[in-house]
Design a protein around this ligand. Structure first.
Ligand SMILES: [Zn+2]
Length: 288
């Protein structure tokens, strides 16, 4: 009995090194040199700009400790810092439900930038009534600090070059979620970014004037106008009336492209700007 037991221990000791030798063999080798594909592109397609509706301290807390985040945070400190909270290779949780240019789940394919700004002035708040957005005029929004805009512009410029982002894919949170969000608001200077830094999309004035004249000749139907919104990238329903969700899209568009007079009501100038943008940027989005 004892002899057998000793033999068993000896046998298992002898087999041990054999087992460990087998497990150290690699399962496969990655060869990255022999074949290369041409069908590929950057994962990042869109830049989404936000305002925080909070001061510096609270914005930092909200974006670092909670369930919302952004890749970059721009405080209103008088310095040259931009805080990187999430690596660009990872998803930040900033976009939520929405769609733009046929893409949904924007968190997967976008870089989110949060700018510290109070949004609507305190005396005009209470934006959500019965769960519906209120269409604040330009004057209700709080202006951005010029240094913040300079930092945003330089960061967006670098990201645009790095990821080859199409001009119309540089958007506000409201552009992708018109019925939920109004940030970065009417005082975010999209036109200044386009003119001073060559960032994002903006229409040509001559085209706008042309299409304003055209509307007098042939009045477009609601369906035709909604198609123009879809062509630009907005998600809009196909009802034949300007119901609340449709007016939310008009308002989001006006916040971006006619910020001095955002009303949520379709008018000749809004339509002409939309047509001018589609003329200039048709087919320029990067679908792949
Ligand atoms: Zn936002």
């Amino acid at each position: 009995m004892t002899k057998n037991f000793t033999a068993l221990i000896l046998a298992s000791l002898l087999t041990l090194p054999l087992i460990s030798c087998v497990t150290t063999q690699p399962r496969y080798i990655i060869d990255s040199d022999t074949y290369q594909a041409t069908g590929k592109s950057e994962r990042i397609k869109t830049i989404v700009l936000h305002y925080t509706v909070s001061d510096n301290e609270r914005s930092i807390k909200l974006l670092t400790e909670g369930k919302v985040s952004a890749h970059y945070l721009i405080l209103d400190h008088n310095d040259d810092k931009i805080y990187n909270l999430v690596p660009e290779s990872e998803r930040a949780w900033h976009a939520g439900d929405g769609s733009f240019a046929g893409r949904t789940i924007l968190n997967d394919t976008s870089i989110g930038i949060e700018i510290v700004n109070a949004g609507i002035q305190p005396e005009y708040r209470g934006a959500l009534r019965d769960g519906k957005l209120k269409y604040h005029p330009y004057e209700h929004f709080v202006a951005f600090d010029e240094l913040q805009i300079k930092k945003v512009a330089q960061l967006v410029k670098d990201l645009t070059l790095k990821y080859d982002i199409a001009p119309k894919n540089i958007i506000g949170h409201s552009d992708l979620a018109p019925s939920r969000k109004i940030d970065p608001g009417a005082k975010f200077p999209w036109q200044q970014l386009y003119e001073q830094y060559g960032i994002g999309a903006w229409y040509d004035e001559a085209d706008k004037r042309y299409f304003m004249a055209q509307v007098q000749v042939a009045v477009p139907t609601i369906a035709e106008i909604k198609n123009e919104f879809r062509e630009y990238g907005y998600q809009i329903n196909d009802t034949d009336v300007w119901d609340k969700p449709s007016r939310d899209v008009i308002y989001a568009f006006q916040l971006h492209f006619r910020p001095q007079n955002p009303t949520g009501v379709m008018d000749i100038e809004t339509y002409a700007i939309l047509k001018a943008l589609n003329k200039k940027y048709a087919g320029t989005e990067n679908f792949y």
